[in-house]
Structure formats: structure tokens, C-alpha cells
Design a protein. Structure first.
Length: 352
């Protein structure tokens, strides 16, 4: 999975390359022969290791939703830092005895976790000390700069679900901040404080992203944007409904090897296939366990066949929690069906 994603997905691929080569042999030794071509196989532990990357998509998404109607002064930045490291601890505890140590991925997680920790600590301190003071001068109303920042936050989340963060055009957003928002109006102190905060954020990220992009493009190949999936059968009408699905091979027993988009789109395609009655036999060369996250109400009862890896409250939405569920690849479709029946939308399927 190395493309979004927290913006750092593609960079993840970069740092994990050496470790992947070392562990590439057979992702699920002991199972039936792997159907996926070699270039489509990914180690089984990556379904767990990609969670911390994706948390750094989930966190900006929660932030973007929060600031649609509120200022960011009380957003729980420090709570998100704790949740990132708690989730990584749970992931590491789960895989350390079962899989070879994936040094590249662990280094990548430490790098993105540390950089995010520094960013969130600084933002928390700034918003608590400076942001709240300027907020008092606005009388509880949002300025044009607040609304602009909220729109950019959502645009950024939509982008990093499918592209690396460093490709996001922070420079144009910085230009738009000064071009498209009037410099004077109600609550001028709040307006100019927000201009300073957003200008600093966009300028730093534009420069840092440019450096990361140079290094990544110079040193690493672009990862495949598709996942190879072995299905029990190809449901009628699936290709019409899921246009990016491509058939690689039809097997004599009726099973079909296909490719579907990776990353965020994988969940949509997996759910579409499950709705049409397909069963997953193999994903990215793996037939054992896959991780699924979902946002569920407190008290939700986990279905049989799934194992809870950990649960975390959604800090800005009381009464809801994120659950990370382990399930056998062959049980992925029934789990997606059960979530749908419960009125629960899966948050992500971690396709290795």
C-alpha cells in the first residue's frame, strides 16, 4: 500500500524497499500455490504495517470534518498523537512473533510518526496559546480565512487518499489564500492571525514536499497502482459496474484472477464484489489474514469470525469508535456484508 496516503504512502514504499526484497519469497507459506504474478505479491505483514500510514489519512480527515463549522483551536492534536503510537504498538505486538522484522517499514513508520508528532505538538501549542486568543476577537464567527483553511483541509484529504502528500500543490493554496480572501473585514485580528498561521503551514509544507518529491522520484520506482485478487468466480455484471477491474486469468475451477485498484479505491471494489456474491481467495498473494477498519457506534457487537486488534474512540465524535478487525481473506466478503447490514461503512481495507 504505498501511495496515499498520509501523504507518505509513496515515500513508504521508498523506505521499505530493502526489507520487502528480503521478505518477498512467499507471502503465505503453507497455503495453496500463489496465483498472483510475482510483481503483484506483497508480504502478509503489510496489511498490519500500513495501518499507521493510513491513520495519517484518517487524522487529517477527522480534522477537515471538524473545521467545517468550528475553529481548530480545540482539535485534539495530542490525542491523535497518542492514538498513532498506540495503534503502532498494537500492530507491532501483533506481528513481531509471526513475521520477519520488516526493517524498512518500521523505519518509515518511525519517521512519519515522529514528524507528525512534532507537527501536531507545535500546532496544539499554537492553537491553544495564540489561536484561542484571536478566536475571542471574532465573537464565535468564522472568518474568510477560517473557511478557506477548512476548504483546503478537505481538498488535501481527498487528494492524499489517492496520491502521495508531497504532490499536493500547497504553493497554489498559499497564493489563493492571499488572492481570494479579502485582507480586511470583520474580526481583523482573527483574520490576520489566520493568514499568518495558514501562510506558515502552506509555505513549510510546499518546501518540504518539494524536497521529498525530488528525492523519491530520483531514487525509487512508482509502485503498482493495482492489487491482484483471486475470486471464487467473477460475478455477472461486475466488469460493467467496476470498470477498472481487469481479468488476468480464468482458472479451470471457475476461479478468476483479476486486478483492481489499490489503496482507497480497493475498499469500494471489494465491497462491490462482495455485494455481487464473490468470495475472496487470495489478495496480493496472501490467503491468511487481512485487516479492516470501521467506524462503529459504542456497543457495536463484533461479528463471528472477526478478531479485534484494537479499538480507539473518535475524539471529536463522542459515541463512535474506530475498530481494527482481523479476518481471514476468505471471510472478507461476509464481513463487508455484515457491516453493511449493521449500517456501518468500512473505513478501509488494508490491501497489503
Amino acid at each position: 500500500m504505498i501511495r496515499a496516503r498520509t501523504g507518505l504512502r509513496a515515500a513508504a514504499a521508498a523506505l521499505a524497499t530493502l526489507a520487502l526484497v528480503a521478505t518477498r519469497a512467499q507471502p503465505d507459506d503453507g497455503f495453496a500455490p500463489v496465483a498472483a504474478p510475482a510483481e503483484h505479491r506483497r508480504p502478509a505483514d503489510q496489511t498490519f504495517l500500513t495501518f499507521p500510514e493510513w491513520f495519517l489519512v484518517f487524522s487529517p480527515a477527522e480534522y477537515a470534518y471538524y473545521v467545517r463549522s468550528r475553529t481548530p483551536t480545540r482539535f485534539p492534536f495530542l490525542g491523535h498523537v497518542r492514538q498513532f503510537w498506540q495503534s503502532y504498538g498494537a500492530v507491532y505486538g501483533r506481528i513481531r512473533a509471526q513475521y520477519p522484522f520488516n526493517a524498512g517499514y518500521h523505519v518509515m513508520i518511525m519517521v512519519i510518526g515522529t514528524s507528525t508528532t512534532v507537527e501536531y505538538v507545535l500546532r496544539s501549542a499554537y492553537e491553544t496559546l495564540i489561536g484561542r486568543l484571536s478566536e475571542l476577537t471574532a465573537g464565535g464567527t468564522l472568518t474568510e480565512e477560517d473557511r478557506y483553511g477548512a476548504a483546503v483541509a478537505q481538498d488535501y484529504v481527498d487528494f492524499i487518499r489517492v496520491e502521495p502528500w508531497y504532490k499536493y500543490d500547497f504553493r497554489s493554496k498559499l497564493v489563493g489564500l492571499w488572492r481570494d480572501t479579502p485582507p480586511w473585514g470583520p474580526a481583523p485580528l482573527r483574520k490576520w492571525e489566520r493568514r499568518y498561521a495558514l501562510t506558515t503551514e502552506y509555505a513549510i509544507k510546499a518546501g518540504y514536499g518539494w524536497l521529498i518529491k525530488l528525492g523519491t522520484q530520483a531514487s525509487y520506482d512508482t509502485p503498482l497502482p493495482v492489487t491482484a485478487v483471486l475470486l471464487s468466480h467473477l460475478p455477472e455484471g461486475a466488469q460493467a459496474a467496476l470498470p477498472e477491474l481487469k481479468i488476468l486469468k480464468a482458472l479451470p475451477d471457475g476461479a478468476t484472477l483479476v486486478t483492481v485498484p489499490r489503496y482507497d479505491a480497493f475498499m469500494r471494489y471489494a465491497d462491490g464484489l462482495a455485494r455481487r456474491g464473490a468470495t475472496f481467495i487470495e489478495i496480493a498473494g496472501n490467503r491468511s489474514t487481512i485487516l479492516v477498519s470501521a467506524i462503529v457506534p459504542d456497543g457495536w457487537r463484533m461479528p463471528a469470525g472477526a478478531k479485534l486488534l484494537f479499538a480507539q474512540p473518535i475524539l471529536t465524535r463522542p459515541g463512535q469508535q474506530r475498530v481494527a478487525l482481523e479476518v481471514a481473506v476468505a471471510s472478507l466478503a461476509p464481513l463487508l456484508d455484515r457491516l453493511r447490514e449493521d449500517g456501518v461503512a468500512p473505513e478501509h481495507v488494508f490491501d497489503y
